[in-house]
Design a binder for this molecule. Structure first.
Ligand SMILES: C[S@@+](CC[C@H](N)C(=O)[O-])C[C@H]1O[C@@H](n2cnc3c(N)ncnc32)[C@H](O)[C@@H]1O
Length: 330
């Protein structure tokens, strides 16, 4: 009798399979719906004094994040689903000693509706599935191609080869475990995500990583389409500051954002982002985007931070009109 063959564990588990009948437009619509819903969820949680993600139905391990819509929708915009279409947000973080019980109850109800809708759409799993489809259709593959080509241009690949070392890369928001498989001789990759889709992807909220433990530990950090997923502008800033602290002295940060986050935001422009990054302590080495494109990419090296002096603490309208509200604060 022939010996039964031992099956190898596939590099991608079923969850990371991108096979889908989804049409590109449907994927984009769903992603946008998620961004709006998750933002609403975060605002409601904040107004109720709940930690982000606490009541979440999307199986996040911690104080997750919520994406910013990169479209022209405002944070109070309609989601396109009957259950949440009527939700409007005038509330700010309550902070008052005696919250209005009725309004609190109403907000709790709204939160339940929003979470129900998130669940109905399939939760973070569905969002990740659609994002991985988007990776292929909008960018002809993942952002890692851009990152790898820049590292090669900078001679990082050569340096690692000559010195017989591998650079440690923390890939935040990894939908697949093997995005950098072609670079395994010079990169040692740790893929991580709020929700792991594969045993080789560490399930971890980046914002909750121990800064002391990780200070200067990473040669490379990738934040590709992750900062725009974070709901609160201050958390986005914190994410960038944490990344700087976790990078080694000669480390590089790779950042990718949907282009409208910088070209069509009320609160962010290319110049403003550059100034914010310089203040945090990053020097821009490379950037890439094209008119009418969907994505913008940057590569930063570590530099001395500048005094913040109250800058970037508050939203500052840089341009008006029918724009989105994407913003990063420190
Ligand atoms: C749009 S997907 C981007 C995936 C991929 N990096 C790309 O460029 O296509 C965003 C991913 O970031 C993850 N994410 C968002 N905030 C995170 C955080 N604080 N820590 C870890 N992962 C996070 C989400 O769970 C999601 O899987």
């Amino acid at each position: 009798m022939p010996k039964a063959r031992k099956r190898k564990t596939p590099i991608t588990s079923t969850d990371t399979s991108d096979a889908s009948s989804s049409k590109p437009q449907a994927s984009r619509t769903l992603i946008r719906q998620f961004h709006v819903l998750l933002k609403q969820q975060a605002q409601l949680q904040q107004s109720l004094g709940l930690p982000s993600g606490a009541a979440s139905s999307i199986s996040r391990p911690s104080n997750t994040t919520v994406p910013a819509s990169s479209s022209n929708q405002s944070s109070a915009s309609v989601v396109g689903s009957s259950s949440s279409a009527s939700i409007s947000f005038k509330s700010k973080a309550s902070g008052s000693a005696k919250p209005e019980t009725t309004s609190q109850a109403a907000r709790k109800l709204e939160l339940a509706e929003v979470e129900h809708e998130i669940e109905r759409l399939g939760g973070l799993a569905a969002y990740q599935r659609m994002s991985s489809i988007g990776q292929g259709m909008d960018r002809g593959g993942g952002s890692e191609k851009v990152f790898i080509s820049w590292l090669r241009e900078l001679g990082v690949h050569e340096h690692c080869k000559n010195a017989c070392i591998r650079h440690r890369l923390l890939e935040v928001g990894a939908l697949k475990p093997d995005n950098y498989a072609s670079c395994s001789s010079w990169l040692e990759v740790t893929p991580m995500d709020l929700r792991s889709r594969h045993p080789a992807i560490m399930e971890q909220d980046f914002l909750k990583m121990n800064e002391n433990e990780h200070r200067g530990k990473w040669d490379l950090i990738s934040l590709s389409l992750v900062v725009n997923f974070v709901p609160q502008p201050k958390d986005r800033g914190q994410m960038l500051q944490l990344a700087r602290s976790m990078l080694s002295e000669k480390g590089y940060l790779f950042l990718a954002l949907p282009l409208p986050c910088v070209t069509n935001s009320r609160y962010l422009t290319f110049e403003h982002l550059n100034s914010l990054m310089t203040t945090i302590g990053f020097a821009e080495l490379k950037s890439k985007w094209k008119e009418g494109g969907k994505m913008a990419y940057w590569l930063y090296g570590k530099d001395e931070p500048l005094p913040i002096n109250g800058r970037f603490h508050k939203k500052q309208e840089l341009r008006s009109g029918n724009r989105n509200n994407f913003c990063i604060l420190l």
